[in-house]
Design a protein around this ligand. Structure first.
Ligand code: PMP
Length: 355
């Protein structure tokens, strides 16, 4: 607390990011990073970068990268926005598109950054409870609102909302922006990007942090009607802030140009997830259906906080949330097949000796 802070800063409950340990022997299954390295083309693009060019500011429009992304998704470059990670893209989305008199709606169990942005930017919001199976209930979004945002698949539950349900939502709210945060979509969902041609109120946000193994490069994107993208660009340019740096533009572009590598990694993660789900079920865990690169699981007979602490003692980190309704769940990121196996063996030990 400080007398120098503005009142809104006093009231903020900042997001607590997942632990980023400094020792490397840990099995790190807590922040949904990809266990595989980025495409070799990313390495080549960054190695080929001309260091002398770093004297110069980067292209503020990220034109080459946006053209690549537009080509990849079959949209126009004016329909693509990029930022330093989807967290930054979302920050601009909240400021440019979701600040209205009527409250913004999002699920009560969801990405914990959403309420932080609302408080920071003074946006009215209302959380909408997930249903009994921890799924988003589209019917409960049939209420007047200033916008809707949800991750699909949702985080931390991993549950996917169908295209039909999202289309119904878009049709019910033709004058309201509906933001689908597809941070995890490549691991089991269909992207809603093909719908942007039909729904001017749809904005899809994605990240290169998960399925393209580039959490450290900080690149996120949004695709939508050119009018929505122009709103984001207007806020970004009014600060003259947030251009992607030269290396990030080059690396991200290379990642989109190596689809074969992307598909192989994605499929490996999905295969490890299926094996992990089966292994956890064999140990007595109840696992929610996951379309993401993590699973959300609870054991009916063992306290989740204790399990997380016991795993930590064995140098395995998973995520546990102290939040009503989900405090008995663990969120476990999908590691390599070997890491998933280590986790399962550790859990088997912990469950057997109760310590
Ligand atoms: N949306 C969701 C739902 C997430 O879980 C995350 C990752 N924590 C992000 C957005 C932000 O990811 P990044 O800033 O790395 O693109």
């Amino acid at each position: 607390m400080s007398r120098f802070w503005s009142p809104v800063v006093h009231d903020l409950t900042p997001y607590v990011p997942g632990e980023q340990p400094r020792i490397s022997q840990l099995v790190k299954l807590n922040t949904n990073e990809n266990p595989y390295p980025p495409s070799p083309r990313v390495q080549a693009a960054i190695a080929a970068a001309n260091v002398d060019s770093l004297r110069l500011y980067p292209d503020p429009e990220s034109s080459a990268l946006r053209a690549s992304i537009a080509g990849y998704y079959g949209v126009a470059a004016e329909q693509v926005f990029v930022g330093n990670g989807s967290d930054e893209v979302l920050a601009l989305v909240f400021q440019a598109l979701l600040q209205h008199e009527a409250p913004l709606l999002f699920p009560d169990i969801s990405y914990s950054f959403y309420p932080v942005y609302c408080k920071l930017y003074g946006i009215a919001y209302r959380t909408v409870p997930l249903d009994a199976d921890f799924a988003i209930d589209p019917a409960s979004y049939q209420q007047p609102c200033g916008g809707i945002i949800f991750p699909n698949p949702n985080a931390p539950t991993g549950r996917l909302l169908s295209r039909a349900a999202i289309e119904a939502m878009l049709q019910q709210h033709p004058d309201t922006v509906v933001v689908v945060d597809e941070a995890y979509v490549d691991f089991g969902g269909d992207s809603m990007i093909p719908l942007v041609a039909q729904y001017p109120n749809l904005l899809v946000v994605q990240t290169l942090s998960k399925s393209r193994s580039l959490a450290g490069l900080r690149v996120g994107l949004a695709v939508g009607n050119a009018e929505l993208i122009a709103g984001l660009t207007r806020v970004k340019n009014s600060f003259n802030s947030y251009p992607l740096d030269r290396l990030a533009q080059a690396g991200a572009q290379a990642a989109f140009e190596d689809d074969a590598y992307f598909q192989v990694c994605r499929e490996r993660v999905i295969a490890s997830r299926e094996a992990l789900v089966a292994g956890l079920a064999a140990l007595g865990f109840a696992v929610l259906p996951s379309a993401a690169n993590f699973v959300f699981a609870r054991h009916p007979a063992h306290d989740a906080a204790r399990l997380a602490a016991c795993l930590r003692q064995r140098n395995i980190i998973v995520r546990h949330f102290q939040q009503p309704r989900i405090e008995q769940f663990l969120r476990i990121s999908i590691g390599t097949a070997a890491e998933c196996q280590l986790l399962l063996s550790a859990l088997a030990d912990i469950l057997a000796d109760g310590a």
